[in-house]
Design a protein around this ligand. Structure first.
Ligand code: ATP
Length: 455
């Protein structure tokens, strides 16, 4: 939206600007995107219709449901008045030193609807350019190429990194940077109790993938403009990251969810059906839920129970064995689904804010259920309706860490080899990783990585 005001009704204070003839709109200086004088038209004819120079101020407007927009106000007045106002706004803006000046941008052109390049060129880059942010752009050309790109990239040459893609791309970058940081610090990072080194460089995500769970946690919305505006604003917060261990090794980090069993089978199938694009997220679960027989896992589960009053450090705590019986799948989220449990649907932003403080997260065990019950659970799961957790077929645990052993794996080698293979696959943020002998452990590491988010 663009609106005009007279320079007289524009009041600049140190940390905010006020527009008095517009219901007293008040804009914090840190929410100003840019401020520039509009150019005088070059031609004679257009010059005749040129009334007076304008100062154009763009700023972030924070709307409902976490959605942010870029608004424009044109200030009319004399050239001197507009120039003086421009100088003052830019001087105040220059003191907001959290803003990035240069970003390393990593684009996955085939993520989600395969529109990442378009989104970057048409939506994100114009905003970064307006905010005077320089960009070093890298585009991945094949699977896992993002890893090579980030490995060769000098992160010290930029203030932050931006991933234009999905959770898989973000995970590739995070895994690479976090492992590098642990190696440089000489840490024994394969030990689940090792206190890991925090990542210094802030990361932002433009959610052009399919699932985009990370953006929901960071920005509360999948809107590209909102994500870009969070990055421009430059405020950062440190989020907890989970680490997944198997066979005595750190296998992967995780920002969103870790799952085994039916969820892994489903993600595996979704990956095979990429040609369906986003539709695979609806088609595959319905097909598998209705027509495929679910594997049942005789899980041995140990957890570090989450106690809010506990003063324990994130990576400490004792594992306690749990009786869960046969389950069709296990899934853990990187947040505590039950903290602030007042809304009917889950608020990912609140979840990530609370888990930053407590380090607690939720583990769900899905027991065997009828096909219709499964589909109703799955719908609740997609919409993240809280009533989902009152269902008998789901048992919930608030934990700091957990360990799983799928006993069927080794003893059942004579069974269908594809099933034995699936028992050794784990779904981490939508990507498949191999685990050893059906065993894995998940631990939360508090405030391990910094993200561009004002929430
Ligand atoms: N140019 C490319 N060609 C083929 N594959 C690529 C290319 N660039 C990246 N990839 C691979 O694409 C995979 C998925 O990427 P990404 O996570 O960005 O999108 P998505 O899977 O659609 O989204 P989400 O993970 O949020 O569901 C990654 O495994 C990555 O290695």
């Amino acid at each position: 939206m663009v609106f005009k005001v007279d320079v007289e009704s524009f009041v600049l204070e140190k940390e905010r600007l006020r527009i008095s003839d517009r219901n007293n709109i008040c804009v914090e200086i840190c929410d100003v995107i840019d401020c520039h004088l509009s150019e005088e038209p070059a031609g004679f004819l257009s010059g005749l219709f040129w009334s007076s120079p304008n100062l154009v101020v763009r700023y972030i407007c924070k709307g409902k449901n976490y959605k942010w927009t870029a608004e424009t106000v044109q200030v009319t007045g004399s050239k001197e008045e507009c120039e003086a106002l421009q100088d003052k706004i830019n001087e105040n803006l220059g003191q907001v030193n959290q803003r990035p000046k240069k970003l390393g941008v990593f684009i996955n052109p085939i993520g989600g609807s395969q529109n990442s390049l378009d989104v970057y060129n048409k939506v994100v880059y114009p905003l970064f350019k307006a905010a005077n942010i320089k960009c070093d752009v890298n585009v991945s050309e094949r699977p896992k190429h993002m890893i090579d790109l980030i490995n060769c990239f000098d992160t010290a040459s930029v203030d932050g990194l931006v991933i234009v893609g999905g959770d898989g791309s973000l995970l590739e970058v995070l895994n690479c940077l976090l492992t590098q940081a642990q190696k440089e610090a000489g840490l024994d990072y394969d030990q689940p109790t090792c206190k890991l080194k925090h990542l210094e460089i802030p990361i932002g995500i433009i959610p052009t993938g399919t699932g985009n769970g990370a953006a929901k946690f960071l920005y509360g919305t999948l809107d590209y403009v909102t994500a870009a505006l969070h990055i421009i604003r430059g405020e950062t917060n440190e989020n907890n990251i989970q680490a997944v261990y198997s066979g005595g090794k750190l296998m992967s980090f995780s920002l969103i969810a870790v799952a085994c069993g039916f969820f892994t089978d489903m993600m595996y199938e979704m990956d095979r059906q990429r040609w369906l694009k986003k539709a695979r997220y609806a088609v595959v679960p319905f097909y598998m839920g209705l027509f495929k027989k679910k594997r049942l896992l005789n899980v041995k589960l140990s957890i570090i129970p989450g106690k809010l009053s506990s003063e324990t450090d994130d990576i400490e705590g004792t594992m306690e064995e749990m009786e869960v019986g046969q389950v069709s799948s296990l899934i853990s989220f990187s947040g505590d689904l039950f903290n602030n449990a007042t809304d009917s649907t889950m608020d990912f932003v609140k979840m990530s804010q609370s888990t930053r403080k407590t380090g607690l997260f939720t583990l769900l065990a899905f027991k065997e259920s009828g096909r219709l019950e499964f589909l109703s659970c799955f719908m609740g799961f997609l919409t993240m309706t809280r009533s989902l957790f009152q269902k008998d077929c789901i048992s919930t645990h608030t934990v700091r860490g957990y360990k799983v052993k799928l006993p069927g794996c080794n003893e059942n080698l004579d069974q269908d080899p594809s099933i034995a293979r699936m028992n050794n696959l784990l779904d981490v943020d939508g990507e498949m990783i191999d685990i050893y002998e059906g065993e894995f452990e998940v631990r939360t590491h508090m405030k391990l990585a910094k993200f561009y988010t004002s929430h």
